[in-house]
Design a protein around this ligand. Structure first.
Ligand code: HEM
Length: 129
């Protein structure tokens, strides 16, 4: 058996024994997914309000880099928190998510990307992300 063939067999045997090379992440239920994104959006609202208050009270914009970067971090993962099966009436959890999210996935991703870009600029003006 050639070395390449032998190595492939070892790798394939490894996959067969342990599944794909992805880490073993436990399933998150659709209801928990909805609750988690709603909690993140509620916390975004609180973060946004605290930033607005800081600006109104004359604080330096640079003092808001951390909350802005946190919003940007959330915005980058936001679209992934709306997988199929988490829309209105698909679970026992109430959601305000419109069906257009799944009908126009690209549009939703664009809106989230624009949000991430704006918050990212605020959080780290010199960064290219
Ligand atoms: C600073 C920016 C934002 C704030 C403060 C904010 C705040 C919120 C709040 C408070 C909720 C209600 C959550 C709940 O039911 O407990 C919500 C829901 C929602 N937001 Fe936003 N949001 C922001 C940006 C965005 C962006 C950029 C998108 C889409 C690209 C988005 C999409 C949604 C959707 C789809 C829901 C419904 C979630 C569900 O009920 O499953 N939001 N948002």
């Amino acid at each position: 058996m050639s070395k390449v063939l032998m190595l492939s067999s070892v790798v394939l045997a490894g996959f067969a024994a342990f599944g794909s090379p992805q880490p073993n992440i436990p399933d998150v239920s659709a209801g928990d997914m909805i609750a988690a994104r709603q909690a993140s959006l509620d916390m975004s609202s609180l973060t946004f309000r605290s930033m607005t208050d800081a600006m109104k009270s004359g604080r330096d914009a640079k003092s808001q880099a951390y909350p802005a970067a946190a919003l940007a971090k959330w915005a980058r993962v936001l679209p992934g928190m709306f997988p199929p099966g988490t829309g209105k009436g698909e679970t026992s959890v109430e959601t305000q998510a419109r069906s257009s999210i799944w009908r126009d996935r690209a549009g939703f991703a664009r809106a989230a990307a624009a949000y991430a870009e704006a918050a990212g600029r605020l959080g780290c003006p010199g960064c290219s992300q």
